[in-house]
Design a protein around this ligand. Structure first.
Ligand code: ADP
Length: 667
């Protein structure tokens, strides 16, 4: 089966179209999601790597800053410990210092302290000894309480009894210095004085900065107690730092090392670029794949819709259609073909294509198929059209307009399409039209020829002597004019009836007088055919509601036909059959009668039974059709009962009406 059920097909295409919509959405969204996902994963990996690098950098920085703090501690202590030694010396001497003795000692101390600029000894707060003296002369003799700049620090040292490192501060001798002051107490806890060391901050800090430089870090030292910056090198904005607290006498110093974060190394840059490239490539490939899947689904949908359209067309076509394979086996048959031929779909399984045709049309059909098959390659028109008789399941013949051809051919498949159009009615109408033309032309020409002949004879002037001859010729002209007028009237009546333009003036009236009047009017016509009418009146008065003129027309037609088709000297009987609700008027002749199978044609337009014999009698074949229309419009019906050799009885029946006694007496 090529065509699946229509509902199923619609459901399938519904599924496909839903899938196509999803695919359209997916082809937009999925690549974006994938891109976001891949890039996020990549950036996370890079970030992880970078933070690992930073950690390593931070660890290193921590070590470096510890080294530098240690160095600072060592450098400071190297000077401070010397002072401590001096303090012990003063204490051991109970403060009684001898200049000559102390001078070489202090000179030696100063030389050993790496950053010592000078050492001062201030018994009772006055600097009495200064080493080296050169360059520090100004300080000699300085009495701390008189120096407002230094006294607060000195006072604090005395009060707290602890050594304090002050500075850095600008030295009067120039440069920066750190001053370490230590109070000296001798026996009985007696304050003796101050020993101070000025440490060269410039060299000390240079040493530190050189070390920091070596480790590529910026160095900052802040005095946490005073909040002052002890040392600061330039720091970049984006920086990571490590710090350490260093305890110097009297203060906490925070040593901070700062480094610029390591930039991404080339491996990471390569990884990022490569990752982005791979992500974009993957996304493009996915988008492309989804697009192709979507395109595939759309093609499938279009194909399915096409198939559905074709299937719908095939099944609903009013034309009989069938699809056959190369073996001329049925693939599909549409309902119209089944209806046309009266077979069910199952019946076709038992039938060959050729069985559909009437025996005389079979050879022609096979020949047409062979021609299509043999010329298939050469021509573009792969079908043949012809008229043929088809055999219905009930044995009746129908005339079909057949189109038979190859509708599809591939390497291993061929499909034939059979199209059948029932043209029986058209053929019948064509035949009727031809008959009508020949009848009308014959019926027009015959009386016209007679009229023309009569008129020409009279015009020739040869008939002047005999009045009787003149009269005869005139009669012929008049009779034929009547015939002509009747034919033309019939045609016009039929036309009016078909168009529904005929007006009826139906009034209740007695039937018998109408019949009598018609008999009277047709008397002379009957005489022409040497027949007589005999009226068998009904036992009672009968009333009908009719248009008198139209009923006259019907009666005239039936009476004249009876006269026309009766043998000379025969009698035509007009009788009535009464029913409570209707009355039947019968006109029985003794003509040759009409075969049963011909009778159905009688009341159709332009139909005559045996055209040749009827034509001898004249007539258009319209009279009975008009009569049928008229009677039916008046609420009755018309018919015939006849058999060959037993004459014909044409009848019509009309509804009766029962009217009061007063009315009856008037009629
Ligand atoms: P027409 O004008 O040809 O008579 P009708 O419609 O009246 O047209 O009649 C149609 C045909 O019916 C006639 O041609 C004739 O063949 C047949 N017919 C009508 N009446 C009779 C009859 N009484 N006896 C036999 N045949 C008749």
């Amino acid at each position: 089966m090529i065509f699946t059920g229509q509902d199923h097909a619609s459901a399938v295409s519904g599924d496909i179209s839903k899938r196509t919509r999803w695919l359209k959405l997916a082809s937009l969204v999925l690549p974006i999601i994938l891109l976001i996902f891949m890039v996020s994963a990549l950036e996370l990996a890079i970030k992880g790597n970078l933070s690992q690098l930073r950690n390593q950098q931070l660890q290193q920085l921590g070590k470096d800053i510890a080294d530098i703090s240690r160095l600072l501690d060592q450098e400071l202590n190297a000077s401070i410990y010397l002072v401590n030694g001096l303090q012990a010396y003063v204490e051991s001497k109970s403060g009684n210092l001898v200049a000559g003795e102390i001078a070489p000692w202090l000179t030696n101390l100063q030389a050993r302290g790496r950053h010592i600029r000078n050492i001062g000894i201030a018994p009772d707060n006055r600097i009495t000894y200064m080493f080296p003296l050169a360059g520090n002369e100004k300080a000699l003799g300085l009495y701390y309480p008189d120096n407002p700049k230094q006294w607060p620090d000195v006072e604090k040292v005395i009060q707290t009894r602890k050594a304090i490192l002050a500075g850095p501060l600008s030295l009067e001798q120039g440069g920066q210095g750190l001053i370490y002051r230590s109070p000296v107490f001798i026996e009985d806890d007696h304050y003796w004085g101050i020993i101070s060391v000025v440490i060269n901050a410039d060299t000390l800090f240079q040493r530190l900065l050189a070390e920091a430089d070596e480790h590529n870090l910026a160095l900052t030292i802040v005095d946490l107690d005073s909040g002052k910056t002890v040392l600061s090198s330039k720091i970049t904005s984006a920086a990571i730092d490590a710090r350490q607290i260093l305890y110097v006498p009297g203060h906490r110093w925070e040593v901070t090392g700062t480094v610029t974060p390591l930039p991404m190394n080339s491996t990471l840059i390569g990884l990022r670029l490569g990752g982005w490239f791979v992500a974009l490539l993957t996304v493009m490939l996915l988008a492309r794949f989804l697009r192709s899947v979507k395109a595939h689904a759309q093609t499938l949908l279009a194909l399915r819709e096409n198939q559905e359209r074709f299937a719908r067309m095939f099944t609903t076509s009013p034309q009989g259609l069938a699809l056959l394979d190369d073996e001329i086996q049925w693939i599909e048959i549409n309902p119209s073909l089944c209806n046309l031929l009266g077979y069910s779909r199952q019946d076709f399984n038992e039938l060959r294509l050729i069985d559909l045709f009437a025996p005389e049309a079979q050879a022609k059909t096979l020949a047409q198929m062979e021609e299509v098959r043999s010329t298939y390659q050469a021509i573009t028109d792969h079908s043949r059209q012809f008229e043929a008789q088809l055999l219905r399941a009930d044995g009746q013949l129908l005339t079909g307009f057949i189109t038979l051809g190859i509708c599809y051919r591939s390497n291993d498949e061929t499909h034939w399409l059979l199209q059948v159009l029932d043209i029986s009615e058209r053929t019948r109408l064509d035949q009727l039209k031809n008959e009508f033309v020949s009848i009308v032309s014959h019926e027009l020409r015959t009386p016209l020829t007679a009229i023309m002949g009569s008129l020409k004879l009279m015009a020739s002037g040869k008939l002047e002597q005999s009045g009787a001859a003149n009269e005869k010729i005139l009669q012929i002209a008049v009779q034929n004019s009547d015939k002509l007028a009747r034919l033309i009237n019939d045609l016009l009546d039929m036309d009016k009836l078909i168009a529904g333009k005929t007006e009826f003036d139906s009034t209740p009236q007695a039937l018998l007088p109408l019949v009598e009047k018609a008999l009277e009017a047709n008397q002379s016509y009957a005489q022409q055919y040497q027949v007589s009418y005999r009226l068998q009146s009904p036992a009672e008065q009968i009333h009908v509601a009719v248009d008198a003129m139209r009923l006259q027309q019907v009666l005239t037609n039936l009476l004249s036909n009876a006269a026309k088709f009766s043998p000379p000297l025969s009698e035509i009987l007009i009788s009535f059959s009464l029913e409570p609700a209707s009355v039947k008027v019968q006109i029985q002749d003794q003509g040759s009668g009409i075969a049963h199978e011909e009778q159905h044609k009688l009341f159709k337009k332009f139909s005559q039974i045996d055209s040749s014999s009827t034509r001898q009698k004249g007539g258009s074949g319209l009279g009975l059709a008009i009569s049928k229309e008229l009677i039916e419009r008046m609420g009755g019906n018309i018919g015939v009962s006849s058999s060959p050799g037993n004459g014909s009885c044409f009848y019509f029946s009309l509804p009766r009406i029962h009217i009061g006694a007063t009315d009856q007496s008037r009629t």
